[in-house]
Ligand binder design. Sequence first.
Ligand SMILES: CC(C)(COP(=O)(O)OP(=O)(O)OC[C@H]1O[C@@H](n2cnc3c(N)ncnc32)[C@H](O)[C@@H]1OP(=O)(O)O)[C@@H](O)C(=O)NCCC(=O)NCCS
Length: 221
Amino acid sequence: MAVEASGDRPPAWVHPSAEVEPGAVLGAGTRVWRFSHVAAGARIGEDCVIGQNVAIAPGVVVGDRCKVQNNVSLYAGVVLEEGVFCGPSCVFTNVTTPRAEIDRKAEFRPTRVGRGATIGANATIVCGHDLGAWCLIAAGAVVTHDVPPLALMAGVPARRVGWVSHAGEVLGADLVCPRTGDRYAERPMGDQVGLRRVINLSGFGEDPPDTPREEPAASVG
Ligand SMILES: CC(C)(COP(=O)(O)OP(=O)(O)OC[C@H]1O[C@@H](n2cnc3c(N)ncnc32)[C@H](O)[C@@H]1OP(=O)(O)O)[C@@H](O)C(=O)NCCC(=O)NCCS
């Protein structure tokens, strides 16, 4: 394992029952809890919490300050940007039509989870999709499409049922965050409707870009 030096920051900490393979990178201040496995070639940022029984595959990238709760597997092709919360037992996938006896490694499809996003407990993210910054996926939802920034998604298949603020509050019709007073407005986003922050009192979190991402989700190496 490589532990990245970062001034006088505490080094990463790994529970004795966890395995972090040589060739994995853990940023300063990151903690890896019981029975978890981080494979060679995975890269975990600073100040992350990797919960119990978490599996992280080669090539996975986890940004700074992410929390990955118990019983989550991050498969090859998953990229978590900074500050992502993965709720307990949420599920990622990387093959759309798997067969046990047919090798689909060349067909892995990526999943990118944007800055600050939250995935609820037991939600499933079908591969090949991009979850926008600060979105919130409800517990048990099944995501089958790209998700706009700040969207609240629920159900099977997941549909947008509302908007959430950067601070993770469900927004009412006034689109004002009850926790911070930050104010939002709907706006066109490609052929869909999106949300942007118009008054930022909290100073918390960056605003997503005004246009949808044009580049394809990260390729799987
Ligand atoms: C989706 C969510 C954010 C909604 O929160 P909320 O606005 O406070 O929700 P409410 O309890 O007021 O419910 C509002 C409606 O949404 C429904 N609802 C709530 N959670 C839902 C879910 N996960 N999936 C589908 N519908 C849901 C409720 O049944 C209710 O419907 P109704 O008006 O027809 O009765 C929340 O329920 C959730 O799933 N959070 C994720 C929690 C989690 O996984 N945490 C992980 C770490 S502990």
